[in-house]
Structures are given as structure tokens and as C-alpha cells.
Design a protein around this ligand. Structure first.
Ligand code: ZN
Length: 435
């Protein structure tokens, strides 16, 4: 009853809890760029999933907790060890009861080390970003850190006025006072903790004319490079809406940092690219497509368990190929053949449907996942395949999914049993010899 659990997902041990569910995070934060100091409070609205006497939130040790309140009780007992903030409830909370937990905290945020490298809050040369996939969210706010527990967010961020501060969702207010500006964003659609983000830097905000509002926050010196490298993003949005169904959020924002980033990062209704991805030579348009596709696959349709990561990365990788095909580049068939040849020369010890935590971000998982979709497209034909993708994004919009959900929908689009296809492409480590 309310005892600390070991985490809810073997891919992310020590993160996430099943004994309560969060419905909303209200973060009121202040960040000082010069000293990398984050301070504020989180108000977490949750519902007890079992009878509770205690509960645990995930929060990095670099964030010091000053006070915790629960409902009307102002200073409740808590302990904060390692990445766990354990709170003793002032009175037992029966299953179904609502909890309003307020945590006041501050510290010098830093990314959290994990088996996949560092993730979370990161200081930039001048500013900061959050790139939390998969377990970096506790680096900057107390949370139930698991993608299966989505919630709405209000994020208020105050920073020195020379910086633009972005968070997920729509800007609902901006107030400047005494050299500081407070930006308030509302993210109404449910969002996984790892997709919550802050982006702070000397950015200017641009708009790209498109059906869906597309904004960009870029260093002013990158204006021409951005205009060149991201020029086709509005067409990309139109193509993806045609193939995948309506874009799932009210707007889309691209951030280009002054610093270089190893890889771009997806956040909800936002993607973050490094200076190296926007240098005026259109270095990686496939990554622009990949990150945009995550808005449907990964963000609107979220994972219940990390083992189903192919539902994010396989789909985003296949979206790269679809964009190539639709924009005058090599066809998806040609890219699938190239990926197949590349994979055939590599060890085949990765099970696409459950790659294990060490291989969940392995490039082979991305390509194998895309090949599952290419094989399925071949079996169904284009008309049914894209109708299936649109039904997939419609039926599970803003929810969480697992592989069985996709197989079930796919079956309803096929006149023949798809089990042999799944066995060959999805449920076996060995790569089928031919496409
Ligand atoms: Zn991806």
C-alpha cells in the first residue's frame, strides 16, 4: 500500500509509479542563465490508483526540496534520496481520491546520466535546453516519470529579458518587469514527462506560412540558413497531414540552438535542432521530416512501455523515406532496399518488438521498424496502408499505445492473415533475406 515501487518499466528501472496517476502539472519556474539556477514550485494534481499513505515522485538530487504541501496540509513529511522524493501523506488517500501536491524546490540543474548517455536539463553556451528522452524529466521537475502517465501542463518560466523562453504549448501570457520576463505556456493535450521541455536562448521568433501555424526560434544570425534548410517544412507538414491525418497539436515550433547538438530532439509540438543541423547547406532534411513525424508517432500516440519504441522510431524513420519519395528524392522502396542491404551486413540480434533497453535507440531498431512498415505497405497496397495509418492516428490520438493495438487495427485492413508478416519482420531478430 503506497510502498515505493521499483518503477513501472524494466527499460527504465527506478522511474515511474503506478499507485497514482497525474492529471496536471503546473510549473512556476525562474531560471537564471548566468548562474544556471532554477527555482520555483510544481503543483501536481493526481488521483490515487490504490489506497495510499505515501507516494513517491521522481526528482534529481541536484534539485533541493524546501517544502512539500498536500491538499490543505502545508508542511508534510518527505525524504529526498537519490532520484526519489517520498512524501508521507498527512492522511490516508483512498483509491480514487484527488491529491494536490505542491513542491517548492531549487538547484543547479544538470542532465541525468543513464545507460543511453545524459538526458534532461542542459546548460548551453548562453541559455539552456531540455532534451529528456527517455528518463531526463526529473532533472528539472518532480514527476511520475513514465510515458504511460500523460498529463496536461501549464509552464510558467521567468528569465532575464534578453532571452526568449519557450515551453510546450501555446503562449498564454508574457509579462516583463524589472529586467525579467515571465512566459506562460499552456499544453492542453496530454503529454508524457519526457516530452516536456524548456528552451531558453537569444532567439528570435519567426513564422512559416502554412496551414498549421509553424514557428521557429532561431539565433538571428541563422535566419538565412534556416530559410534555406527548413524551406520545405510547410510542404512536409501538408504531405504528412495527407498521409498520417490531421496534425495533432495547435501549432509546431522548431528551435535551432546556437550550440551544436549530436542529434535533434523531439518534444511535444516542438523539435530542437543544433546549429550543425542548420548551416545553409540543407545538411539533414531527413531529420526535419523525422522530428515532425514524431508529433503523430510518439507524441500524440505515446508509448505505454518503452519496449514498443519501434512504434515511435520505426514510424519516424519510415516518414523520412515517405518524404523523400514525395519530394523528388529516392523512393521509399529504394531506401528500404538500401536499409535492408545495410542491416544484412550487421549482427541480427535485435528483436524489433522488444529490443531491450540497451538497443532501444540503436539505428538498427529504427531501420527494422521502418522495414516492418514497408513490408506491410507492400502487403496492403498504398490505399489501404495509408488509410490504416490515418485510422491509427485517429483512434489513439493523445492516448498511449502498444504493439498489439497496431496489429489489431492492421488486421482490419487486410484480407489475408498478417501473422506471417509480423513473424518475419517484427517478431524475429533475423532479417528476412529479401524485401
Ligand atoms: Zn526519433
Amino acid at each position: 500500500m503506497g510502498s515505493p515501487d521499483p518503477g513501472v518499466d524494466p527499460y527504465a528501472p527506478g522511474h515511474g509509479h503506478t499507485d497514482y496517476r497525474v492529471t496536471r502539472y503546473d510549473l512556476e519556474l525562474e531560471y537564471k542563465v548566468a548562474s544556471n539556477r532554477l527555482a520555483g514550485q510544481a503543483v501536481i494534481t493526481a488521483v490515487a490508483a490504490v489506497d495510499l499513505t505515501k507516494l513517491t515522485l521522481d526528482l534529481a538530487p541536484s534539485m533541493g526540496v524546501a517544502r512539500v504541501s498536500v491538499n490543505e496540509a502545508r508542511a508534510v513529511k518527505f525524504s529526498h534520496r537519490r532520484r526519489r522524493l517520498s512524501i508521507t501523506l498527512p492522511r490516508p488517500a483512498p483509491v480514487g481520491s484527488a491529491l494536490r501536491i505542491t513542491v517548492r524546490y531549487s538547484g543547479s540543474p544538470a542532465p541525468l546520466a543513464g545507460p543511453w548517455g545524459e538526458a534532461g536539463f542542459e546548460e548551453l553556451t548562453e541559455g539552456a535546453l531540455v532534451a529528456a528522452q527517455p528518463t531526463g524529466a526529473p532533472s528539472w521537475f518532480p514527476c511520475n516519470d513514465h510515458p504511460g502517465d500523460k498529463a496536461s501542463y501549464r509552464i510558467s518560466i521567468a528569465a532575464e529579458s534578453q532571452y526568449l523562453a519557450l515551453a510546450n504549448g501555446e503562449l498564454v501570457s508574457r509579462r516583463a518587469r524589472a529586467g525579467h520576463t515571465t512566459w506562460v505556456y499552456e499544453q492542453a493535450a496530454p503529454m508524457a514527462t519526457y516530452l516536456a521541455t524548456l528552451q531558453i536562448g537569444r532567439y528570435e521568433l519567426l513564422e512559416q506560412p502554412a496551414q498549421v501555424p509553424i514557428r521557429a526560434a532561431i539565433p538571428p544570425a541563422r535566419r538565412a540558413d534556416f530559410a534555406h534548410d527548413f524551406a520545405r517544412q510547410p510542404q512536409m507538414m501538408a504531405v504528412f497531414e495527407e498521409l498520417f491525418g490531421p496534425y495533432p497539436f495547435p501549432s509546431y515550433t522548431v528551435v535551432v540552438t546556437e550550440d551544436e547538438l549530436e542529434i535533434p530532439v523531439e518534444a511535444q509540438a516542438m523539435s530542437i535542432f543544433g546549429a550543425n543541423h542548420c548551416d545553409g547547406t540543407n545538411p539533414e532534411e531527413r531529420l526535419v521530416a523525422h522530428e515532425l513525424a514524431h508529433q503523430w508517432f510518439g507524441n500524440s500516440l505515446g508509448l505505454r512501455r518503452w519496449r514498443d519504441i519501434w512504434l515511435n522510431e520505426g514510424f519516424a524513420c519510415y516518414a523520412e523515406w515517405l518524404w523523400s519519395e514525395r519530394s523528388g528524392g529516392p523512393s521509399a522502396a529504394a531506401l528500404a532496399a538500401a536499409a535492408h542491404a545495410m542491416l544484412a551486413a550487421l549482427p541480427q540480434d535485435l528483436l524489433p518488438v522488444d529490443p531491450g533497453p540497451d538497443l532501444m535507440f540503436d539505428d538498427r531498431l529504427y531501420k527494422r521498424g521502418a522495414l516492418v512498415l514497408h513490408a506491410l505497405r507492400g502487403a496492403l497496397g498504398d490505399e489501404k496502408f495509408f488509410a490504416l495509418l490515418r485510422e491509427w492516428t485517429r483512434r489513439h490520438r493523445h492516448c498511449t499505445v502498444e504493439t498489439a493495438d497496431f496489429l489489431e487495427i492492421a488486421a482490419s485492413f487486410s484480407a489475408v492473415p498478417l501473422q506471417p508478416l509480423w513473424t518475419d519482420w517484427l517478431l524475429s531478430p533475423a532479417l528476412p533475406p529479401t524485401l
